[in-house]
Design a protein around this ligand. Structure first.
Ligand code: 2P0
Length: 334
């Protein structure tokens, strides 16, 4: 019998970053993190556990992926198979919905959708917490994409205690937006996985990062509880800068910033001086994301459109949590 499941998950952007693992196998983080799920980028994934298959296969946007590209998916499926005693290989058909081909392919939405699809395929009816733990095994940030709005990934210290939870915001999160500024990247990539490992292993600034991150998380949660936009923005911006600071202290040193990243960060400061409250954050790449209140999003967009072209600017609002699209069972003779 085939088992088919399909799910959609939205990407999330961390306001307090996950940066460093204490267990690479289980993907347990060194610090807790906090994110906002967004509606502009998402992944839909259909999984078919099929007794007729002799290996896993992975299609991304209709293209069959090679062995190397399939490895991460297959590894995740094996974790799932072992945990829930299913022996079949699977076909994974995944589609990334990203407004432009801008290097924003997200492992967060991808692995969260895969975890949801696997669970739906086997009608497991897992709790969000269990799904979050599973998604984490695929990619750390994916554990936060199980939830809409704000999510906190509590670092825990074991497979069972490391998962994300919803951060209640009395729907204040619906008043927030994020402007993505897609800048040109001429630098050689250091993946987030390699980048965080290198900083944990070698950066003399890493201990400082850890000390600050714990305090930043508390400040961010307090700001959310008080619906205090400037307090949330300030801590998010300084947390991102500290994360990026660790890369300069690594051996060999590296940075994700490009000249255009700096240009965008400076423009955010100019915007603030002009009375539009907004704050930037950056991840393991040169793109800059700007947190803004929805009521100011048009003004912010207009300001940035004088410095970047239309294709480089994407506005997103707060997005929902994991959605199951297809819980279905088909019989052998279909
Ligand atoms: C974050 N990043 O909190 C941080 C900030 C990048 C910078 O989570 O190795 O793809 O699969 O657990 O989740 C990106 O890392 O890494 C990330 P793995 P992941 O969003």
């Amino acid at each position: 019998m085939k088992h088919i499941g399909k799910a959609r998950a939205y990407t999330n952007i961390a306001l307090i970053k996950y940066w460093g693992k204490k267990d690479e196998q289980l993907i347990l983080p060194m610090n807790s993190s906090l994110s906002l799920t967004l509606d502009a980028f998402y992944t839909e994934t259909e999984v078919t556990f099929d007794p007729a298959l002799s290996q896993d296969c992975f299609y991304l946007n209709d293209r069959l992926q090679n062995k190397e590209q399939t490895k991460k998916i297959s590894k995740f499926l094996t974790i799932f198979r072992n945990k829930y005693s299913i022996s079949h290989y699977a076909s994974v058909d995944s589609r990334n919905f990203v407004p432009t081909a801008a290097g924003l392919a997200s492992s967060a939405s991808g692995l969260a959708a895969l975890a949801g699809a696997c669970s739906a395929a086997l009608s497991l009816e897992l709790s969000p917490q269990e799904l979050s733990k599973l998604a984490r095994r695929g990619s750390g940030s994916a554990c936060r994409s199980i939830f809409g709005g704000f999510a906190e990934w509590r670092k825990g210290d074991s497979d069972d205690t490391s998962f994300a939870v919803q951060v209640p915001a009395s729907s204040w999160e619906n008043e927030l937006s994020m402007l993505f500024i897609l800048v040109n990247d001429t630098q050689k990539d250091v993946s987030s996985r390699d980048g965080m490992k290198r900083t944990v292993d070698t950066s003399i600034f890493y201990q400082g990062w850890l000390t600050g991150a714990a305090d930043d998380l508390e400040l961010a949660k307090q700001a959310i509880a008080e619906n205090n936009f400037s307090a949330l923005g300030e801590v998010a911006e300084s947390n991102a800068l500290r994360m990026h600071g660790t890369t300069l202290g690594a051996v060999p040193p590296f940075t994700y910033w490009s000249p255009d990243s700096l240009k965008a960060m400076n423009l955010v400061r100019s915007c603030r001086m002009r009375g539009i409250p907004c704050y930037f954050t950056m991840d393991a790449g040169p793109n800059v994301k700007v947190l803004v209140q929805k009521k100011d999003q048009e003004k912010l967009y207009h300001f940035f459109s004088e410095h970047f072209n239309e294709k480089q600017l994407i506005l997103a609002n707060t997005g929902p949590g994991l959605e199951i699209l297809k819980p279905e069972r088909l019989m052998d003779n279909d």
